[in-house]
Design a binder for this molecule. Structure first.
Ligand code: SF4
Length: 327
């Protein structure tokens, strides 16, 4: 099967454009596409159901199902596709996937005039330029791990892949040249073994490079190497959400971070100022490219909610701020 005849969609996206049946508790605001490929990804990320050595179902990414459809049938849903704030193409790693990505972006651009993100592993600068010329406005290159050592352990050398921290950082810098500042995103998964201090410092470093951070809470998926690992503590995740938000709005710098002996992070500065900054609830919503809400990517609808895919209620804001234990 030619990988350009079919494409995967997140189940929520497929339901919203009428290609699958189902009820949407919170509809996706981004149309999530994924390259279709017979067989697994050539990479081997320990947390990912698409990994080379994973025994998970091949239609999974995190805990979400991604059914596949004829690409032409998806493009025929142009009216419904236009109701999304963004489109995002997740790319597996297989030979010539960057060419497939260019073609899929080109087809999306023909029916959709909103923002388009391509979420891909490090590729040549020329391929990034081809994606931009085909219509991509943003790119995501996921570090996933908060430190070089953890990177090696969960998706690099120790996972027998050619991925390296250095090549990912180099590719993020190349992406800044091609797509421009404010149009490059990376993903950080909290709960892979980093300390809060390591995560907080990495978040600030990335924003100082004008790279947006999409925070993910580690989610164990059956059939992956990390299937028995627990999710991160909600309180710890809330603190890092607060720090990501304050960093993204240039309200803090590394000098404002304080660390307990156990690595737990807290902030210098006035309590009222911090409370004020967190009181919109936005810090606790899904982060990354604007318009990306990834509903229930890391949690079940019954909770606990790590990333809220919709605005929080007053009670939820109060609860989330308390959960940070920053005040
Ligand atoms: S943050 Fe969302 S839209 Fe951006 S690359 Fe990641 S998954 Fe795609």
């Amino acid at each position: 099967m030619n990988s350009l005849e079919r494409v995967r969609l997140s189940l929520g996206t497929a339901i919203k454009i009428g290609l699958s049946e189902g009820r949407l508790d919170v509809p996706p605001t981004t149309a999530f596409f994924m390259t279709f490929h017979e067989g697994k990804c050539t990479a081997n990320c320990a947390f990912c159901p698409q990994a080379r050595e994973s025994t998970s179902k091949s239609d999974r990414l995190s805990r979400i199902a991604w059914p596949d459809f004829p690409l032409s049938e998806v493009m025929n849903q142009k009216q419904r596709l236009r109701t999304f704030q963004r489109a995002c193409l997740q790319c597996l790693n297989y030979p010539n996937v960057d060419d497939d990505a260019v073609e899929i972006v080109r087809q999306i651009r023909q029916v959709y005039d909103g923002a388009i993100s391509v979420c891909i592993h490090p590729v040549a600068k020329a391929s990034m330029e081809n994606m931009r010329e085909a219509g991509a406005t943003d790119i995501g290159i996921a570090l996933d791990a908060c430190t070089a050592g953890l990177f090696d352990k969960v998706k690099g050398r120790k996972r027998k892949t050619r991925y390296s921290w250095e090549s990912h950082m180099k590719s993020l810098n190349a992406a800044l040249d091609v797509f421009g500042r404010g149009h490059v995103t990376t993903h950080l998964i909290i709960g892979l073994g980093e300390t809060e201090a390591e995560a907080a410092k990495m978040v600030l470093q990335l924003y100082s490079m004008d790279i947006r951070v999409g925070l993910f809470a580690f989610t164990s998926v059956e059939g992956t190497s990390l299937e028995n690992e627990p999710p991160p503590s909600l309180s710890s995740y809330r603190r890092l959400q607060a720090i990501r938000y304050l960093a993204s709005n240039r309200l803090i710098s590394e000098d404002d971070l304080r660390f307990n002996p156990d690595g737990r992070v807290h902030l210098s500065g006035s309590i009222s100022g911090i409370r004020e900054s967190l009181s919109s609830g936005e810090p606790f919503m899904t982060s990354g490219c604007p318009g990306c809400n990834r509903p229930y990517y890391n949690e079940r609808p019954r909770g606990p909610m790590y990333n809220y895919p919709r605005p929080l209620t007053k009670e939820e804001i109060q609860e989330a701020i308390e959960e940070t234990k920053l005040l």
